[in-house]
Design a protein around this ligand. Structure first.
Ligand code: SAM
Length: 349
């Protein structure tokens, strides 16, 4: 008999394949087969049989196992996880993975109730694109505010290096290298000075703690080593750069924002808008309109976003990088598109 989660695990496998993880594609299809065959995955997922698709049970399971690997609690499985120096080989890894589910079901279940949470450092390229664009209009120091910040790592965007065939930007010695940041040459402009960095999240992650770093790392797909390296580099920068992420809902956070003469105030967010109830979205847009009505050339406001959006009601979802300026013509402008994990951004020139 088919297990109720098997079909969802196969769908998630396709999603992982489309986003470039052969390892999770192959592994999830084996777990789905194991569920259908009444194997050890059934006991591990007991009580979660009816969890809805959007809860991401498959990614919760894989994140929990990856965490055990990172903590060196998964024994021989580490040999197949590239994030700890292993190399993926489905036929060799599967019996070991299955053996872990059978031997340590309670350890795997520890993180099943936890929502997978990531902080994609690659999405800083979208923020940089918007700030270079804003700076070309008038260079000003930036006060950067972010909603749905997670660990707040993209508040450090000016400390990253943006590389590619068409040139590079940012500090040469940065431990975070975004390559290729853009599909073509970097947009013209100068990296702005940042005078304030503040984030908010309903579930902020403290990346200065071992627990916080472990959580963000565990949800990176282990065969995507470049994502893992970017994250590790950003952890190093976070320890050396003051910024804060408040535990606060996006609506309350934006309500408290104000403008300051001589600076550009920026509200930025990536891949979080879909989690806000419609009323909170409307409240934020109304608050920005109100704040924007008080903006001037010496105290401008910019709303920058990188979100899965449709250009028109009938067009498909794309990860659009958008900007709305006050003072300005009152229109949201599309600056470009980004890949789901951020790199590269294609600027619409
Ligand atoms: C997919 S993650 C994206 C994190 C980060 N912006 C990035 O691009 O890597 C979405 C984040 O939005 C946060 N979130 C969800 N609802 C929220 C709300 N109402 N207010 C603030 N943050 C929220 C989640 O806790 C999570 O950290």
């Amino acid at each position: 008999m088919s297990h109720p989660q098997a079909v969802r695990f196969r769908e998630q496998a396709r999603g992982c394949r489309n986003l470039g993880s052969r390892m999770y594609d192959e592994l999830l299809r084996r777990v789905a087969d194991d569920l259908d065959a009444g194997g050890p995955a059934v006991a591990v997922l007991a009580g979660h049989e009816e969890d809805p698709g959007p809860s991401g049970l498959a990614l919760r399971l894989l994140g929990s196992v990856h965490r055990l690997v990172l903590e060196r609690r998964a024994g021989a499985l580490a040999a197949y996880y590239p994030t700890v120096g292993g190399s993926w080989d489905l036929d060799a890894a599967w019996p070991v993975f299955r053996g872990l589910l059978a031997a340590q079901p309670e350890a795997v279940r520890e993180w099943l109730d936890r929502p997978p949470q990531t902080n994609e450092v690659g999405r800083a390229t979208a923020l940089m694109t918007g700030l270079l664009d804003a700076g070309r209009q008038r260079p000003l120091p930036v006060r950067l505010f972010e909603i749905g910040s997670s660990g707040g790592l993209n508040l450090l965007f000016d400390r990253f290096r943006y590389a590619g065939p068409g040139g590079s930007l940012g500090p040469d010695a940065s431990p975070v290298v975004l390559d290729p940041a853009w599909t073509g040459a970097p947009p013209a402009g100068v990296v702005p000075q940042v005078v304030e960095r503040l984030g908010s999240d309903v579930m902020p992650i403290d990346v200065r703690s071992t627990e916080g770093r472990l959580a963000l790392t565990a949800y990176v797909w282990p065969d995507q080593v470049a994502r893992f390296e970017r994250l590790r580099g950003a952890f190093a920068l976070a320890s050396a750069t003051p910024y804060d992420v408040r535990k606060e809902g996006a609506g309350d956070f934006v309500d408290a924002m104000s403008l300051r003469p001589g600076t550009r105030t920026v509200l930025w967010h990536s891949v979080m808008w879909q989690y806000l109830p419609r009323e909170e979205q409307e409240r934020i847009l109304a608050r920005l309109d109100h704040l924007g009505s008080t903006a001037g050339d010496a105290s401008p406001l910019v709303h920058l976003s990188a979100e899965p959006t449709r250009r028109t009601p009938d067009s498909p979802h794309e990860f659009l990088v958008c900007a709305h300026h006050w003072p300005g013509d009152g229109e949201r402008r599309i600056l470009g598109t980004m890949a789901p994990h951020g790199l590269p951004v294609t600027v619409e020139r």
